[in-house]
Design a protein around this ligand. Structure first.
Ligand SMILES: NC(=O)NC1=NC(=O)NC1=O
Length: 164
């Protein structure tokens, strides 16, 4: 969408146009409320600033819209199609990698009590598995911060794409 179009939408339409970036209504509302933006850079900077305020509860809220890495992403929603694209590397993964990722995801969920979240775009399956193994060693506080950073990366990539 053109930035100029985004700037002049109604509040509800502006919120709806960026809702797929992350399932955190407060972020969507605040980003829409800070319009008009003079440039894409200004929009991305505000999206980043707002995302740096996220806490654990925001992470839980957002994870409802993020399928496990490697799971078949079903559904026709915009989020589901974005996830399928972002996680495309896992589609080519061989059985061994798929199994290792599934096992890693289950270990991660048992340890941290939530889905493992990683910015998948641009990463191979092997890279994501390595990151999963590394992060399994994190203490809960450090891991929450890493997950929040990854959520912010995914969100800003989606925001940038939607305004391209
Ligand atoms: N569990 C996940 O990390 N999911 C995802 N990462 C992405 O980059 N897109 C997703 O849906």
């Amino acid at each position: 969408m053109e930035l100029a179009v985004f700037n002049q939408l109604s509040a509800d339409d502006a919120i709806a146009s960026i809702a797929h970036c992350v399932a955190i209504p407060a972020w969507q509302q605040a980003l829409a409320a800070a319009r008009p933006y003079t440039s894409l850079e200004a929009l991305l900077a505000e999206g980043d600033r707002l995302a740096r305020q996220w806490q654990g509860t925001d992470l839980q809220q957002a994870l409802s819209a993020h399928p496990r890495i490697g799971d078949r992403v079903s559904g026709g929603s915009k989020e589901a199609s974005l996830s399928r694209g972002e996680q495309s590397a896992m589609q080519q993964a061989d059985n061994t990698l798929q199994q290792a990722m599934l096992q890693g995801n289950q270990r991660y969920e048992a340890r941290f009590g939530r889905v493992f979240l990683i910015r998948a775009k641009g990463r191979s399956g092997e890279e994501m598995l390595a990151e999963l193994q590394r992060r399994l060693g994190n203490d809960p506080q450090s891991e929450q911060q890493e997950a929040l950073d990854q959520l912010r990366e995914i969100t800003l990539l989606r925001l940038k794409e939607s305004m391209a």
